[in-house]
Write a new protein. Structure first.
Length: 246
């Protein structure tokens, strides 16, 4: 039956429909996952495909989700974050909204709550906002310092070291933005990257302390500009723990 659904969903007549293509992709992954339920990479791809499918609420999607939700082996298939594939299916079903979500039983809703895919959503959003602020502040600082240095009549190559701490924080902010986007898209390695970046962010304190020794004013400026980076590092660490605990 499943093989027939895969063949029908992938027929040339429906290939032009984005929904038909997404359904065919989900069914293909489902068929492969049934043969290898303990493949975390495959389960991760399946969960991501199911979540994306729920963004197109329709009778067809509802019928597909309701048909596959009770497959017992989906409970044992888990993605790299430990999120059961059955929970992903039921969560996506609930995301379809009215009237299809009303078809979920109390037991199904309880299962979704017990197997939530992490409470990192809010922390990821906060991390993204703080990282964006950090990127803007440090990008502006680097640009202004470079213009001032290059326009100086007493230009020296060593002066290019002055914007280096801000450039480092800019790179960190951009890397955190990329990792946050990847985490929101459920990329397998994103949680680990966020965890690493959360630790790396504290390195910003080192140049601030060093510059503070040379100049209190410069150290204070660097520390203030680096505050959004430190805050984003904290939120990234919390988000990473929320993703990795699953």
């Amino acid at each position: 039956m499943l093989q027939e659904r895969v063949e029908v969903a992938g027929s040339p007549g429906e290939a032009q429909s984005p929904l038909a293509e997404d359904r065919a992709h989900v069914l293909t992954l489902l068929s492969r996952l049934e043969a290898a339920p303990h493949d975390e990479a495959l389960a991760t791809g399946f969960n991501r495909a199911i979540v994306e499918l729920a963004k197109q609420p329709s009778v067809e999607v509802f019928e597909l989700l309701s048909e596959i939700a009770d497959r017992p082996w989906l409970t044992h298939a888990r993605d790299v974050h430990g999120w059961p594939c059955r929970a992903a299916v039921l969560w996506s079903w609930a995301e379809l909204g009215y009237p299809w979500a009303l078809e979920l039983s109390a037991e199904d809703l309880a299962y979704v709550r017990e197997n939530a895919h992490g409470s990192a959503g809010g922390w990821l959003t906060l991390t993204f906002v703080l990282s964006a602020i950090s990127a803007v502040l440090n990008g502006a600082a680097v640009l202004l310092l470079l213009v001032a240095i290059l326009a100086s009549s007493s230009f020296e190559v060593l002066l290019l070291l002055v914007p280096a701490p801000f450039a480092g924080m800019l790179v960190h902010a951009l890397a955190t933005l990329v990792a946050t986007n990847a985490a929101q898209a459920r990329t397998p390695s994103a949680a680990g990257r966020l965890k690493t970046l959360s630790y790396a962010g504290w390195i910003a304190l080192v140049p601030a302390v060093l510059m503070g020794v040379l100049s209190i004013e410069a150290g204070a400026v660097l520390f203030i500009v680096g505050l959004p980076l430190l805050a984003s590092s904290v939120s990234a660490g919390v988000a990473a723990r929320g993703l990795l605990k699953r």
